[in-house]
Design a protein around this ligand. Structure first.
Ligand code: HEC
Ligand code: HEC
Ligand code: HEC
Ligand code: HEC
Length: 189
């Protein structure tokens, strides 16, 4: 009896250890990240649709900086985390999801402080950012570009009640959110 209990305690503690080390483990993506500055070299003109400035003026651009505020630290503490919000994986996973990407896959212009950035939503861009690839949608997608035709399922991967600012059962109006951040390429006349 005692023996069995001892073994299950051992098993339990090793599972906990594994869970703890998993959240700090780095992940190795298939494609490298180049950063918003790289995407913005082309996606800033009026003709292209000024995606760079639309994003810069959105809250996504400050999602990481939000975690450096007293308010964020207070929330993290209340949730039982002992680390500052900006070092807490359970916050970073929505506010700066590339926090755990292996450093070798982050280009020199990549900046984690850009928070929820172009490549968070569109996929790591090292292999699709060249003009010849970008101009060929099928090739771009093959090279890692991610497009979303269903905002209802995509946006709620982060905009859900796991966020400490969204109440359980609160309806998230995805279309209203999209109106605030949409950034289309203007139709050619
Ligand atoms: C060298 C210039 C250049 C860079 C750098 C670049 N793009 Fe593009 N991108 C374009 C052009 C040009 C188009 C439009 C292609 C067209 O109209 O057929 C485009 C199209 C797109 C589209 C729309 C694809 C579609 O067919 O619906 C997305 C999304 C996109 N880019 C995201 C990004 C992201 C994210 C980055 C950074 C990782 C990036 N781009 C970097 C030039 C660039
Ligand atoms: C990777 C996680 C993530 C995804 C995916 C995501 N968001 Fe967000 N979004 C956030 C975070 C985090 C904030 C809070 C940023 C802050 O204020 O610091 C936010 C804030 C916003 C805001 C500002 C808050 C408000 O109520 O006005 C809008 C608008 C928004 N997101 C729209 C969208 C839309 C539309 C989509 C889907 C196309 C989307 N987001 C997908 C993480 C995400
Ligand atoms: C499941 C994704 C998710 C997780 C996990 C998450 N957040 Fe957020 N957070 C969001 C979204 C989305 C928003 C903005 C949307 C809203 O509240 O309407 C937001 C907003 C915030 C805001 C308000 C920002 C503003 O502009 O006023 C603070 C502060 C914040 N989060 C802190 C935290 C902290 C601290 C943690 C970790 C304990 C955390 N978040 C974990 C998704 C998340
Ligand atoms: C919160 C997620 C999110 C972020 C951040 C984001 N986008 Fe998008 N983007 C989308 C969604 C959703 C669409 C519409 C559906 C699609 O084409 O994927 C879109 C569409 C586009 C399009 C195509 C527009 C069209 O008319 O076909 C381009 C180009 C683009 N994004 C570039 C960028 C660039 C460059 C950045 C960074 C400066 C960026 N996006 C940041 C989610 C995002």
């Amino acid at each position: 009896m005692f023996h069995k209990l001892f073994i299950s305690v051992l098993l339990l503690s090793s599972t906990l250890l594994l869970a703890a080390s998993d959240s700090t483990k780095t992940v190795m993506p298939k494609h490298g990240f180049v950063g918003t500055a790289t995407c913005g070299m082309c996606h800033k003109t009026e003709k292209q649709g000024q995606q760079l400035s639309i994003w810069q003026n959105s809250k996504h651009a400050s999602a990481y900086k939000t975690l450096q505020t007293d308010e964020a630290n207070k929330i993290a503490k209340e949730k039982g985390f002992s680390t500052p919000a900006v070092e807490t994986p359970e916050c970073l996973k929505c506010h700066a999801p590339e926090y755990n990407v292996d450093k070798s896959m982050l280009g020199p212009k990549f900046n984690i402080a850009d928070g929820v950035q172009c490549e968070t939503c569109h996929g790591a861009g090292a292999d699709y950012k060249n003009l010849s690839v970008m101009k060929d949608k099928a090739k771009a997608v093959e090279s890692g570009l991610v497009l979303h035709d269903d905002l209802k399922t995509f946006c709620v991967t982060c905009h859900n009640s796991e966020s400490p600012t969204i109440k359980a059962g609160e309806t998230v109006d995805v279309n209203a959110l999209w109106d605030k951040i949409k950034h289309p390429i203007p139709q050619a006349k």
